[in-house]
Design a protein around this ligand. Structure first.
Ligand SMILES: NC(=O)c1ccc[n+]([C@@H]2O[C@H](COP(=O)([O-])OP(=O)(O)OC[C@H]3O[C@@H](n4cnc5c(N)ncnc54)[C@H](OP(=O)(O)O)[C@@H]3O)[C@@H](O)[C@H]2O)c1
Length: 281
């Protein structure tokens, strides 16, 4: 049985070099997390598939923060394959890296009719958005519990609050992330560890191309990834377990909670229906 927060553990007192691990750090929201955390003087582990983009980001951050002597490590890895979390965890152990902040950010979606979207791609999405996120959390949380401090930011989405036809697997993966993170936040708070479900709405990144979305007119347009990260770190600092970025998203989620779920799903379907599709069978 682990000790509760406030009980000093010898491990927590040991001088350790602590890192923030960001998955999906090669672009978009993840790269913005890397910039913001380097600004805060954090050592970083940057993980994604695109090694060259990670190297470029490392070079950029090392040049910007020369005086602070922060350490930046790179792990080139596909996190959508089975046992990816174990492999990343082993790579961290081999380098003697202790993670005090985990940003589970890597993720993608898919747009189209479920019956037509390739099964393999949907399975990759389930593994990346759900399985690897959960396993990394499970592998890294014990170190934070032992130190009686730490943080986990799980990047979910406003898509997590309602079923969304034509991207229904993606929305369901994010519903899992929000539910899992908010539940875990209550458990982890007993050990001084903060867990945040971060729910951005549409954000100006490569997400829509990577996920092959057709153009969708989201109310309020797209937010900048820098603003998403600012909101996330502010929420984490305050110990919140849920951050929905932008007031327009918060209003929409509130209104949707008052409406019948089937109606909400139908309206989401109107917004997300691929252009070539009509609602006639
Ligand atoms: N943009 C939005 O509108 C929006 C809204 C709500 C939530 N989100 C969530 O925000 C998170 C970040 O997305 P983003 O908007 O920043 O999109 P992005 O620009 O496409 O970035 C996605 C990141 O995930 C990494 N990634 C993708 N597949 C991977 C894999 N198999 N293994 C390892 N890394 C992988 C990508 O790196 P590599 O390609 O180099 O592997 C990239 O660094 C996602 O979880 C997304 O669901 C985005």
């Amino acid at each position: 049985m682990p000790e509760r927060a406030g009980e000093k553990s010898a491990q927590a007192d040991a001088a350790q070099e602590l890192f923030a691990l960001i998955t999906g750090a090669s672009g978009g929201i993840g790269a913005c997390f890397a910039r913001a955390l380097a600004e805060r003087g954090r050592n970083l582990v940057l993980a994604a598939r695109s090694g060259s983009k990670l190297e470029a980001l490392k070079t950029e951050l090392s040049a910007l923060h020369q005086g602070q002597a922060i350490r930046i490590e790179i792990v080139e890895i596909d996190l959508s394959v089975p046992e990816a979390a174990e492999r990343l965890f082993t790579a961290l152990q081999e380098r003697g890296i202790n993670v005090s902040l985990l940003v589970n950010n890597a993720g993608f979606g898919a747009h189209g009719e479920f019956v037509e979207l390739p099964l393999a791609r949907q399975s990759e999405m389930l593994r990346l958005n759900i399985v690897t996120l959960t396993e990394l959390t499970r592998l890294l949380l014990p170190g934070m519990v032992a130190r009686r401090s730490g943080g986990i930011i799980n990047v979910s989405s406003t898509a997590s609050f309602q079923p969304i036809p034509y991207t229904c697997v993606y929305a369901a993966t994010k519903a899992y992330v929000t539910s899992f993170s908010m539940g875990l936040a209550e458990e982890a708070s007993l050990y001084g560890v903060k867990v945040l479900a971060l729910c951005p709405g549409g954000t100006a990144t490569n997400f829509f191309d990577a996920s092959q979305f057709q153009k969708i007119n989201l109310p309020g347009g797209l937010q900048s990834p820098e603003d998403v990260v600012k909101a996330a770190l502010r929420a984490l600092d305050k110990g919140k377990s849920l951050a929905v970025t932008r007031w327009i998203n918060r209003v929409m989620i509130f209104v949707q909670r008052l409406a019948p779920r089937r109606l909400v799903a139908r309206q989401a379907g109107e917004m997300f229906r691929p252009r070539a599709k009509s609602n006639q069978p």
